[in-house]
Design a protein around this ligand. Sequence first.
Ligand code: ATP
Length: 282
Amino acid sequence: MNGKPLLRLDDVSWQYESGRRPALSNLTLSLYPGEVVGIVGPSAAGKTTLLLALSGLIPSNYTGHFSGKREVEGELGIVFQDPETQFIGLTVEEEIAFSLENSGRPDEEIAQRIDEVLRLVGLEGFAPRSPFELSGGEKQRVAIASALAHRPQILLLDEPTSELDPKGAKDVFHLLQRLKQEQEIAIVVSSHATEELAQFCDRVLLIADGRIELDLPTRPFFGEIEELERHGILIPDAVLLYQELCRAHLLQKREEGVPLHVEELAAWCREEGIGPGGRKQT
Ligand SMILES: Nc1ncnc2c1ncn2[C@@H]1O[C@H](COP(=O)(O)OP(=O)(O)OP(=O)(O)O)[C@@H](O)[C@H]1O
């Protein structure tokens, strides 16, 4: 990638004070403007810790041993896994205003930004509602709106859909997709939702035992099926079906790599004349 990274970790290692081994080991990673990076990994691999290190909360808010270097350009927002535990406002409006008031902005500007971010996340009319009485997906969108109110260049999200039903999860990923297109924000999102990550990310990292095992553009990343399976990562359906069709010699392996969603695989099948009833005879 060309240009200067917005955020860079250089040979970063971190061990929590009570940890028996490093939670992050020698991580080097750059994030560029407008880029969307997914983070996958097994449980306890270090995904949350990596996001905390990217945000700077590690080492500033935690005790432990940090080595390496972090460089950041521009404003950064972070959304945690369970937003409800972070809410302090009695209304959605208060919740978003609170962090802005702390930054000393005038009331008029705060009101304008609240309108702007609620529109952005599709929660117009929600300002007077209690954030505690919303659905899981709406709570996540309030948390994203609060982070966006600072107009960050970088948005970090830790498993934003883990508590949501499939529809809520899809809504959050659609919102992130819109932010990517309309706001040119660089996004880093950790998630087990590999179907969505395959469609939405420019690049994906596999982290295991605090180390980056893979860091590739999305298509080649999901082509590393054996490596991903070895770490227990869920392979998207389109990739599995493509693999089976190739094994059965029904589909030729494509130069571009694996499909990233079922619609793409369906188009490839149509190109090869595979449809209901099997391959057309030529
Ligand atoms: N505050 C802490 N103090 C000590 N050790 C911690 C702390 N937080 C996390 N760890 C340890 O650091 C390692 C990485 O944890 P982390 O939460 O980053 O993993 P994760 O990949 O996000 O896991 P999950 O998918 O289960 O949420 C684990 O071994 C965990 O037990």
